[in-house]
Design a protein around this ligand. Structure first.
Ligand SMILES: *Cc1c(COP(=O)(O)O)cnc(C)c1O
Length: 379
């Protein structure tokens, strides 16, 4: 893989834009502002997947899995590095929802236990809370926002009591520029001794993450969003405490070993949350994507996407009839807005545009101008 940037891990060296765009075939064809849905992958990611698939066709899937075991294994290292974790704490699964489910449905919850979550929680996660409430009578408590739209950490602190068994929030919501205070909640969770599950789907690859600093027991994410990896890939981090205490909600031959007719043993690493069959080619691609992000530097990525998103918000705010909807004091690469005359006030009328580091200032201006023209065609 080529070196698209000049940064050393942790430093915020500028990104070599010409190089990363030259390695992103999709951005030559059109302006892609749906990075929160699925980013355009860089060529090394696509190449790795295509090459692995071609080798599989020639060697056989099981046979290549043996020869190429090191390539698959290196993905665990790449994801561990991305999160400041160790390789035994990483599970690789088919998407972020499955990763999150393996954590959530493994946590023992009983009637009267409380789950603390945030107003901007991901819909599927909230469905799982409702499911748990119906099945076992847990209470779901939503932490309020401050006037500025941030999660109110002081209110969260006041909500803590012995019944809170789980704090479970989304770091960056799917449809807003908000960034929730993941670390501050981690401190609350540690103080209370409750479990802490963080949905980092939109933050992995966009914002530097360090599970030690955040203090979470579980962190789930996906490959295809800001990490620029393939679709159908997800991963889960589990802390050593979680590994010691939380069993997977279901087990198979991957998660456990059948010892004798009546006994089995769960794996003691995070692969207890995996299942046996998976797409090897995309798993290799996910590792390439994580290493690609590391080479550029997630710190540098975070600096650049904030600047691009800020520019987009400014340009849109200048357009008559467009209202930027993002709230909160830290704003990320996801920009949301409504257009006058195209809005009935419902959530589905909010438009989401999400930039990535390979996007350019010119693209931002072009999109803002095009929107303005479409709203005011006579001018
Ligand atoms: C996209 C998203 C998910 C789901 O990820 P999948 O890989 O599609 O399962 C979960 N949470 C958030 C916040 C997301 O944006």
């Amino acid at each position: 893989m080529s070196n698209p940037g000049t940064s050393v891990a942790g430093e915020r060296a500028p990104i070599d834009l010409a190089a990363v765009r030259a390695e992103t075939p999709g951005c030559q064809a059109f302006i892609h502002f749906n990075n929160a849905g699925a980013s355009l992958p860089p060529r090394p990611v696509t190449d790795a997947i295509l090459q692995y698939t071609a080798r599989e066709a020639l060697a056989g899937g099981y046979e290549l899995a043996e020869t190429a075991a090191a390539d698959i294994e290196s993905t665990y290292d790449a994801i561990a590095e991305l999160l400041g974790a160790q390789r035994h704490q990483i599970a690789l699964v088919e998407n972020a929802t499955r990763a999150w489910d393996m954590a959530f449905y493994g946590i023992p919850l009983a009637e009267g236990d409380r789950i603390l979550t945030c107003r901007s929680e991901y819909a599927s996660n909230y469905l799982a809370y409702l499911h748990a409430r119906r099945r076992c009578g847990v209470r779901i408590d939503v932490i309020p926002d401050t006037q500025a739209g941030d999660l109110d950490i002081e209110a969260a602190a006041r909500m803590m009591d012995r019944d809170v068994k789980l704090i479970s929030i989304t770091h960056v919501p799917t449809s807003s520029g908000l960034v929730n205070p993941a670390r501050a909640l981690g401190q609350l969770a540690r103080k209370a001794g409750c479990y802490y599950l963080l949905d980092a789907c939109q933050s992995a690859g966009q914002i530097p993450l360090d599970v030690q600093e955040i203090g979470c027991d579980f962190l789930s994410s996906t490959g295809r969003k800001f990490l620029r990896g393939p679709r159908g890939t997800g991963f889960l981090y589990a802390s050593d405490r979680a590994l010691a205490e939380i069993e997977p909600p279901f087990v198979d031959g991957r998660a456990a070993t059948w010892i004798s007719t009546d006994t089995f043993e769960l794996r003691d690493d995070a692969r207890r949350y995996e299942n046996w069959e998976f797409n090897h080619a995309t798993r290799v691609g996910l590792g390439v994507a994580a290493r690609y992000a590391a080479t550029i530097g997630v710190g540098a990525i975070w600096t650049r996407v904030q600047a691009l998103a800020r520019r987009l918000r400014e340009r849109l705010s200048d357009c008559p009839g467009i209202t930027v909807r993002d709230r909160g004091s830290t704003r990320c690469a996801i920009v949301t807005f409504t257009c006058e005359g195209h809005s009935a006030g419902s959530l589905s009328d909010v438009v989401r545009a999400s930039v990535h580091y390979y996007n350019t200032e010119e693209e931002v201006d072009c999109v803002a101008e095009a929107l303005e023209k479409s709203l005011h065609p006579m001018q």
